[in-house]
Design a protein around this ligand. Structure first.
Ligand code: NAP
Length: 335
């Protein structure tokens, strides 16, 4: 690293009202941090933009602490060690962890994991081999208990989590239908091996379209979006179906209460099992999940797509783009 290198960071400067705006964030110059005693100085290569960050900038506590106004935005990142004061790490190694949206960061070694560039491209530590991959693997297999031959519907299917869920369901022998927001995404899902896909913006009424794509009804629903799509899917579930409630992105920017049909009659009469989760619940099992996902990736059974934005300054736009469906696969910023 040269002493002339500049660092920048992205601050949260306003609590967004509804859909976040670029003016809710500020790019600021900073001095390159010192390498911490016994720690590492890391140059960020990729940062992840994720829908859950909307909850972290809502100005109130959810299941994760809010990012206070004036603080640096943070999320999963991958970077290269440029200075080390720890005997276990060498300059040039790649690490992943949760840190600020900044060019350079000082980190404690206990807060990062080593990334092996020989196993897969390092950006996958934020995608199929990282938090979204673990969300897909555990959230689907543990809560949907899929069996070969069953019908699985995935909403938000062309995104980071959804595209992995659909492929895992295919590996397990299920009939898989994805729901996404553009014709290109529908074509992408079919190229991944999904048995069918629906564009929720144009293929209306959803109920008839979904029923045609799922002639044996729906046994498992992996819900990334909530809202009207979920109301519709619940009406088509088979008796003793399972619903994994992963995300509700359709309402993340709502300022009013989301009041829809009450699904409890379907849950009752069809004896559905509906369970929400936060992926950290399986934190201790992540090595097992990573091993399985890496094995499927190496065997060519699991593919991934990335939508990569260039430069730290594009991070706010990349984040906002999640809510317009700009991304196919994992949305990342490359620094
Ligand atoms: P993603 O799917 O890669 O990106 C978000 C996608 O959501 C967009 O590309 C867009 O695709 C869709 N979307 C945006 N606004 C929508 C709306 N109003 N209605 C329907 N679809 C909308 O993001 P991800 O990281 O994989 O996360 C997917 C979901 O899983 C999110 O809800 C997230 O919060 C959740 N999640 C939960 C956990 C957990 O622990 N429970 C962990 C990770 C992620 P279209 O073009 O198809 O609209």
């Amino acid at each position: 690293m040269n002493m002339t290198d500049q660092s920048r960071r992205v601050l949260l400067v306003a609590v967004p009202e509804g859909l976040p705006k670029e003016s809710d964030f500020l790019i600021e110059d900073m001095v390159v941090p010192e390498c911490p005693l016994d720690g590492l100085l890391v140059k960020t290569r990729y940062l992840s933009v994720d829908p859950y960050l909307r909850g972290r900038i809502a100005g109130k506590k959810t299941y994760v602490d809010p990012i206070p106004l004036g603080n640096v935005m943070e999320s999963g990142c991958v970077g290269e060690v440029v200075a080390s004061r720890n005997g276990d790490y060498r300059v040039g190694e790649i690490v992943a962890g949760l840190w600020g949206w900044q060019d350079y960061v000082g980190v404690e070694v206990g807060k990062v994991q080593r990334v092996d560039p020989a196993e897969a491209p390092v950006s996958t530590a934020l995608g199929i081999l990282g938090m979204p991959g673990m969300t897909a693997y555990f959230g689907f297999t543990e809560l949907c208990s899929p069996k070969s031959g069953e019908t699985v519907v995935v909403s938000g299917a062309a995104g980071a989590v959804g595209s992995a869920v659909g492929q895992i369901a295919k590996i397990l022998g299920c009939h898989v239908i994805g729901v996404a927001g553009t014709a290109e995404k529908v074509a992408y899902l079919k190229s991944l091996g999904f048995d069918g896909a629906l564009n929720y913006r144009t293929d209306k009424p959803y109920g008839e379209r979904l029923a045609a794509l799922c002639p044996n009804g729906i046994d498992c629903y992996f819900d990334n979006v909530g809202g009207e799509m979920t109301d519709t899917v619940l009406g088509l579930m088979n008796s003793r179906g399972r619903v994994s409630v992963c995300g509700q992105i359709a309402s993340y920017n709502d300022r009013s209460e989301d009041v829809g049909p009450r699904p409890f009659t379907d849950i009752l009469v069809k004896q559905l099992r509906v369970e929400g989760f936060i992926v950290s619940r399986w934190g201790e099992r992540f090595p097992e999940g990573r091993k399985q996902m890496a094995a499927w990736f190496k065997a060519g059974l699991l593919k991934y797509e990335e939508t990569v934005y260039k430069g730290l300054e594009s991070a706010p736009r990349a984040f906002i783009g999640l809510f317009a469906g700009e991304n196919t696969g994992k949305a990342l910023v490359e620094l």
